[in-house]
Design a protein around this ligand. Structure first.
Ligand SMILES: [Zn+2]
Ligand SMILES: [Zn+2]
Length: 176
């Protein structure tokens, strides 16, 4: 971590309520970046669930900043050799841990043509079998949001880039 601009891809500055403005209508904290109430905007606050935090020190300055990135979830196929792969499309691809990966475009018969990494906001997919599958924690960039029925897991994201952070039970709240 020697990049003076920040800790790297996908991390964003942690924003405290005291760093925001005040809504002139209701008096609640107001985010001028997202033009929305701080409670509802995409800014990452200091102690949220499903956020991985790190501290990044500007080299040579002694100044440190807090960064965070939202943890998303992806159900993956776990092969007998332990390697990870996509569930349905491009099943032979090996998904590595700790490495940013671009989405690939593989039109597949029977599936809507939507290139991108399909990830969800909660590790919950009651309509899918867990057999031979494992939930992994991931972070993504360059994504669009989609809605689907709650019984199919609710909101999901289609992302251009993804990094696997670890398993559901791994300690992801690192400080570096
Ligand atoms: Zn308001
Ligand atoms: Zn914001």
């Amino acid at each position: 971590m020697t990049d003076s601009r920040g800790p790297g891809e996908g991390w964003q500055h942690v924003v405290y309520a005291v760093d925001t403005y005040t809504c002139t209508t209701c008096g609640e904290p107001w985010c001028s970046i997202h033009q929305d109430h701080y409670a509802d905007c995409p800014c990452i606050g200091p102690d949220e669930d499903s956020v991985q935090y790190c501290e990044h020190h500007v080299p040579g300055s002694g100044v440190g900043f807090q960064y965070g990135r939202r943890i998303r979830y992806k159900l993956m196929r776990q092969r007998r050799d332990g390697s990870l792969g996509p569930l349905f499309i491009n099943r032979s691809r090996r998904i590595s841990v700790g490495e940013w990966m671009d989405a690939e475009d593989h039109p597949t018969k029977g599936y809507a043509h939507r290139p991108g990494w399909h990830v969800v906001l909660q590790p919950y997919a009651p309509h899918l079998s867990m057999r031979g599958r494992v939930w992994m924690c991931v972070a993504v960039t360059g994504y669009e949001e989609f809605e689907r029925p709650e019984r199919q897991g609710g909101k999901w994201l289609l992302a251009q880039r993804m990094i696997v952070l670890g398993g559901l039970n791994d300690e992801l709240h690192t400080s570096s």
